[in-house]
Design a protein around this ligand. Structure first.
Ligand SMILES: *[C@@H]1O[C@H](CO)[C@@H](O)[C@H](O)[C@H]1NC(C)=O
Ligand SMILES: *[C@@H]1O[C@H](CO)[C@@H](O)[C@H](O)[C@H]1NC(C)=O
Ligand SMILES: *[C@@H]1O[C@H](CO)[C@@H](O)[C@H](O)[C@H]1NC(C)=O
Ligand SMILES: *[C@@H]1O[C@H](CO)[C@@H](O)[C@H](O)[C@H]1NC(C)=O
Length: 481
């Protein structure tokens, strides 16, 4: 017995890992190289909200064969980060986390889910802030904190999505951020950063940013302040959009004043279709990289909202042209240079939390936060029980076993994850597996509007909040059914 456990422990120390990044000022910094890290991300939510079903032991990081397949295909196009929304902390994620780690891919973990008791609500937020909610939230933190490729936690996603929700929600978001950061400080070995993922709704965006990034006067280490601010932005639409017309210039200019790293936690407007990903050239170009830290493409699998890069039916995955076009775009970027920039080394003092920081009338401007709910202090002081705990495990076989077809229907035969060297993260070119190219009919880079959707003004902006709006009542029905 003793011998066996020694072998396991030894193996664990020999497993290679991505470098654990640090937040310094307004950048993610790779401590090994001292260079600024740019997120090249994909939102990973196979099955949509329905892909998360704790009752059946299913969440996006619970099936090793699926993770291996997806990690291989992501590795080929150059992904270095996935964002995962809905996770059950009591499911074992070791194999999936280890596969993504070996592929040089970080994980952004949302601690919430659309299920009741697993998120702060936009409406009457005080009804959702209680000890059992924090118990679940801390469990997600515990479950992922041992993985070297856990990049950050999101304490909320688009909870403030209009002026109505901005009336009551802000102090609850800061309270949850405070609680998670206190939990990490007391119970977790690595100081994993905590951020907020905002809706890019311009009448609340700037106040949300300031409300979340500011620090109480005299507090050097304000625990309720976010370490990172991210936004889900769908304002760059179609091949004719430019840096200026998309308002990415406006975003970049305003975020020059940020005190924390900023990145796109979702992007990839799909109206008009098809997507040519012109925005990625701006995101990883000279103007934006000093201010932004990259972005997360929405999203991996095709669901009803038509944002997918790949289509999964039963256990067969078929590559879509959006994947091929993204691959072609990213192949034209010099990643070595993109990932070798010096951090800004800005002193980055946060603005002071005071009511005149908030500009929009009706946006909550009081920085007194709700106290911890009854019985929650013990969870932080003593740690939660039971305590889910993950670990990196040896991946015995990197060959993809599930069927993958290219756009033309041809089954790909040599698909595998290429395990990277220690302290390396992924970019395009490290896995050279053949995955086909865009189909001829759908390949030209001009035009764009194929008439699939002409509802330009709001469909994309509403897509995510709408998903939550649909998912929440559904979840309530499921629980009370
Ligand atoms: C926390 O959640 C676990 C798992 O559901 C449960 O066993 C435990 O009793 C909960 N603790 C509190 C204080 O709610
Ligand atoms: C978007 O990319 C396509 C293909 O490279 C190019 O033809 C088009 O001019 C780009 N759009 C703009 C506005 O630069
Ligand atoms: C802020 O909110 C707290 C708690 O609700 C309240 O006691 C305080 O008076 C408020 N401050 C201002 C300036 O309104
Ligand atoms: C589509 O793209 C592929 C790969 O870049 C290229 O080989 C092919 O010629 C293109 N087809 C058209 C019609 O432009």
């Amino acid at each position: 017995m003793l011998f066996k456990s020694l072998v396991v422990a030894l193996a664990a120390t020999l497993v290679t890992a991505v470098p654990s990044l640090e937040v310094k000022g307004t950048d993610f910094v790779n401590p090994d190289t001292g260079k600024k890290f740019q997120i090249v991300g994909i939102a990973y939510q196979p099955g949509g909200s329905a892909g998360y079903d704790p009752k059946t032991g299913k969440d996006p990081l619970s099936h090793a064969d699926t993770c291996l397949r997806d990690a291989a295909l992501m590795q080929v196009i150059g992904v270095n980060t996935i964002r995962v929304y809905n996770l059950d902390p009591y499911i074992n994620h070791d194999e999936c986390a280890s596969i993504f780690n070996a592929a040089g891919i970080y994980m952004i973990i949302d601690v919430n889910s659309p299920l009741v008791g697993e998120a702060i609500t936009s409406f009457e937020p005080w009804t959702s802030y209680y000890a059992a909610y924090l118990n679940h939230t801390f469990a997600v933190v515990e479950a992922f904190s041992n993985y070297p490729n856990t990049l950050l936690y999101f304490s909320g996603n688009e909870v403030i999505n209009n002026l109505d929700s901005a009336k009551d929600v802000p102090p609850y978001l800061r309270a949850v951020t405070r609680d998670i950061k206190n939990y990490i400080k007391k119970n977790i070995k690595r100081a994993i950063p905590v951020g907020y993922s905002a809706a890019d709704v311009r009448d609340v965006l700037w106040d949300t940013w300031n409300y979340m990034q500011c620090a109480e006067k005299g507090e050097d280490d304000d625990m309720s302040r976010v370490d990172i601010f991210a936004l889900n932005s769908y304002s760059w639409c179609g091949p004719k959009a430019t840096y200026e017309s998309s308002t990415f210039k406006e975003l970049t200019d305003k975020f020059k004043a940020t005190s924390v790293p900023v990145f796109f936690s979702e992007y990839g407007c799909n109206t008009p279709q098809p997507r040519y990903w012109n925005e990625t050239l701006a995101i990883y170009g000279d103007k934006m990289t000093p201010v932004f830290s990259g972005g997360v493409v929405y999203q991996w699998t095709e669901e009803e909202n038509n944002y997918g890069l790949v289509e999964v039916k039963d256990d067969t995955l078929t590559i879509m042209d959006d994947y091929n076009r993204l691959k072609a775009r990213w192949a034209g970027i010099d990643w070595k240079t993109v990932q070798a920039q010096s951090p800004s080394n800005k002193k980055a003092s946060p603005p002071e939390c005071e009511s005149n920081l908030i500009l929009e009338k009706g946006f909550h401007s009081n920085f007194t936060l709700p106290d911890l709910p009854p019985k929650a202090q013990g969870l932080i002081d003593n740690g939660i029980k039971p305590k889910p705990s993950g670990k990196i495990v040896k991946v015995s076989d990197y060959n993809v076993k599930l069927t993958v077809k290219d756009k033309s229907g041809k089954t790909l035969s040599d698909l595998k994850v290429v395990p990277l060297k220690d302290d390396e993260f992924n970019w395009a070119g490290k896995n050279k597996a053949e995955t086909g190219s865009a189909s001829n009919s759908d390949n030209s880079t001009g035009g764009g509007d194929n008439g699939k959707s002409k509802d330009k003004d709001s469909a994309a902006f509403l897509s995510r909040p709408m998903m939550w709006a649909v998912a929440l009542p559904l979840a309530v029905m499921m629980i009370f059914a």
